[in-house]
Write a protein that binds this ligand. Structure first.
Ligand code: GTP
Ligand code: MG
Ligand code: ZN
Ligand code: ZN
Length: 271
């Protein structure tokens, strides 16, 4: 897991505007040292125990920010889902399709995370849904604090679904709680069935795995059963659905899963 991999606060942008012109968290070592790579830290003379301390500070602060996001979701009865995957697995394609298919049923909004560009937020907005684009610059994952800023801009309506599309990266986003109800990991059939074994952290952290691009199965070698077995070896509780954002096959089971999660969110809000 990566906590000291080059994510400098100054390069993070919400809708093109740089964080941070405020100072609500610049005190303390963790955030300022977030831009250090382990090699830099070592070169700067930081001891191993100090580096571990910095990592713990970063994660501790992230967990506190995640708790604050989760409080807001709970107060409003918002179902927040953190979509994680390698670049190009089809996160935005799945979202676009979902936003269109469920538009009449439930309010939905999207926080988009990418290193650069607003291309994905533009694709989401073209469906009529609201979206805030976060750009992480060199950063390789979203953190709960940055998502908190996006929440202020997005102001999600009560009883809605908030999708957070993380930066395409099968490693680092696994370690950062954003306050979501679940991480949803998307793996496309062009990536190979061995990924759950090679990148277990992400599959362990997820509550649902979507295997996307099944329309391509006739054209690629992909051992579906072996992939599902591998993922469930890493995470025995992991639910798996096979879908295609292009053909629409299997999307009914994804929508059924979303409805079930919404019911749970609303029960908790009532109780
Ligand atoms: N054949 C096929 N192609 C798909 C499917 N879903 C997405 N794609 C294609 O896969 C490519 C990547 O899709 P995106 O939705 O941009 O993937 P992403 O995960 O959002 O990518 P990043 O945001 O860059 O990490 C595009 O060319 C899509 O058209 C699918 O179900 N079937
Ligand atoms: Mg995308
Ligand atoms: Zn990283
Ligand atoms: Zn801030």
């Amino acid at each position: 897991m990566c906590t000291v991999c080059g994510c400098r606060d100054g390069e993070v942008r919400v809708e093109g505007r740089t964080l941070h012109d405020h100072d609500h968290h610049t005190a303390g070592a963790g955030r300022q040292q977030q831009g250090l790579t382990p090699a830099h830290a070592h070169a700067a003379g930081m001891s191993r125990s100090r580096m571990v301390q910095v990592e713990q500070d970063i994660l501790g602060r992230n967990n506190a920010d995640a708790r604050s996001n989760r409080r807001l979701f709970r107060q409003r009865g918002v179902l927040a889902l953190n979509l994680v995957s390698s670049p190009g697995s089809g996160k935005t394609a799945l979202l676009v399709r979902t936003l269109i298919d469920l538009a009449a049923e439930v309010a939905m909004a999207v926080i988009e995370g990418d290193q650069e560009t607003s291309l994905d937020a533009d694709r989401v907005r073209a469906t009529g849904a609201r979206s805030v684009q976060l750009n992480t610059g060199k950063g390789c994952h979203l953190d709960a604090h940055t998502v908190g800023h996006a929440l202020r801009a997005l102001d999600p309506v009560p009883r809605s679904i908030l999708f957070i599309e993380n930066v395409g990266n099968l490693v680092c986003p696994a370690g950062f709680d954003l306050g979501e109800a679940h991480k949803v990991v998307i793996l496309s059939v062009t990536e190979g069935e061995d990924k759950p074994l090679k990148y277990p952290g992400m599959f362990h952290a997820a509550g649902l795995m979507l295997i996307n691009k099944i329309d391509l199965l006739p054209h690629v070698e992909f051992a579906m059963l072996r992939c599902i077995e591998a993922a469930q070896r890493v995470n025995p509780g992991l639910q798996v659905l096979q879908v295609s954002a292009h053909s629409g096959e299997g999307l009914g089971s994804w929508y059924a899963w979303l409805r079930l999660q919404l019911q749970g969110t609303r029960r908790r809000e009532a109780g």
